[in-house]
Design a protein around this ligand. Structure first.
Ligand SMILES: *Cc1c(COP(=O)(O)O)cnc(C)c1O
Length: 406
């Protein structure tokens, strides 16, 4: 029996075939059972902010597991209070900020959805979200996710959510005094690393403010420094009413949070929400150590600088397949001129490089925030090799893609 047989028989079918089985990681590298090394530019989908097995992560998890892991939300613990205070500072909430801890991105967005309902009450039944944005796979967050094919097998959805285009005109047309909240994904990661138009977040802030609706920014993929600011909304110089975080803040430990600002912090009252595991001492100690290391090692600035360096190096590759780069910092989408992203991912893996294709014409790069010259140089070498493999296949198939067979 191979591991593929075991996975095919025992694991839920919703993920499709696993592409490899990894047994160990260190920094930006992964190893499979045969001892083959891979450069990891996916980092568990923007999760492993410090790479694999970082000493700060290992030390925090070991120390806290040996001290106190979990006591329930009937009680407080020092790591939980420290992380809450750190998140308030990094997110710029001021004194009135509050944190709800969950265990995933979806749970953070579920809390945000309930926050929107508490704010809206009977007078504001409308919730706006962006077409093509991704907010999660639970029934509530799926209702917020503007992708009909994802919702279709699970209809009916929780009512009240309306999807709009990511344009200032669409915002102006949709907002009125019956809107409880607008959900925004500041760079649409799962859709293919799609940037919002310039001025969109500022307009969203102005219009939601004008109509008394909450502006809720989903920073689950963009947060924890990935875009070159702690949170992507900070590039726009606005203050939202709430943000949600997960993925990168735990560095591989499952944790998520809803962070509220100002009046939105008063909406939840006793009994309105909860979680058994959320915010336990173990998870919050690890997230505190991960964010502390991002801060101490200057990794937010590193994400900004390495993002530019990586983009320039990719745009300098002489390949007829590359069409450009989207995204910000170390959340990058390489646009392809042909629908060959899956072939590029497969070719990359045979060359020892892990990347991901959120759609047929985009390669998503979300490496650890710790990457430097060595990782970028190696990435360019391996990525170029993978592109060559795919270009050769396209040339062989020249009739279908004449512009590549120059
Ligand atoms: C990954 C993601 C989620 C869902 O997070 P899970 O931890 O998978 O539930 C929600 N929103 C965005 C923007 C994401 O990237």
């Amino acid at each position: 029996m191979t591991w593929q047989d075991d996975a095919g028989r025992d694991l839920v079918r919703s993920f499709g075939d696993r592409m490899a089985m990894f047994v160990r990681g260190e920094g930006s590298y992964l190893w499979d059972a045969e001892g083959t090394r891979y450069l990891d530019f996916l980092a568990g989908i923007a999760v492993n902010s410090l790479g694999h097995a970082h000493p700060a992560f290992v030390e925090a998890i070991s120390r806290q597991a040996a001290t106190l892991a979990h006591v329930s939300n009937y009680f407080a613990t020092p790591p939980q209070l420290e992380l809450a205070s750190r998140l308030k500072r990094l997110a710029g909430t001021g004194d009135r900020g509050r944190i709800y801890f969950g265990n995933s991105g979806a749970e953070a967005n579920e809390a945000a959805f309930k926050l929107a309902r508490l704010h809206g009450g009977a007078d504001r039944p409308r919730i706006l979200a962006l077409r093509d944005a991704f907010h999660g796979r639970t029934m509530g967050t799926l209702a917020l996710t503007g992708k009909p094919w994802m919702q279709e097998p699970f209809l009916p959805m929780t009512p009240g959510v309306e999807f709009i285009d990511s344009t200032v005109e669409a915002l102006e047309a949709a907002l009125d005094d019956r809107v409880a909240a607008l959900f925004v994904e500041p760079v649409k990661g799962e859709a293919g690393v799609i940037d919002l138009p310039d001025g969109f977040l500022q307009a969203a802030r102005a219009l939601t403010g004008q109509h008394g609706a909450l502006l809720i920014v989903d920073e689950i993929q963009t947060g924890a420094g990935r875009t070159g600011e702690w949170f992507a909304f900070q590039h726009a110089g606005i203050t939202p009413d709430a943000i949600t975080v997960a993925k990168g803040i735990g560095g591989g430990f499952p944790i998520g949070a809803l962070i509220t600002y100002g009046d939105a912090s008063d909406l939840f009252y006793p009994g309105t929400h909860g979680s058994t595991f959320g915010g336990n001492a173990l998870g919050t100690a690890v997230a505190g150590a991960v964010l502390g290391e991002i801060e101490d090692a200057g990794l937010v600035a590193n994400a900004a600088e390495r993002g530019i360096q990586l983009r320039d190096a990719i745009l300098a590759i002489d390949s007829p397949v590359i069409g450009g780069c989207r995204g910000r910092g170390l959340l990058m989408g390489v646009a392809l001129r042909h629908p060959v992203a899956k072939a590029v991912v497969a070719a990359a893996q045979t060359h020892g490089l892990i990347v991901n294709a959120p759609n047929d014409e985009t390669i998503r790069l979300v490496p650890a925030l710790t990457i430097g010259d060595v990782e970028i140089d190696e990435f360019i070498q391996l990525f170029t090799a993978a592109l060559r493999t795919v270009e050769d296949a396209l040339v062989l198939d020249g009739a279908a893609h004449p512009e590549v067979s120059k």
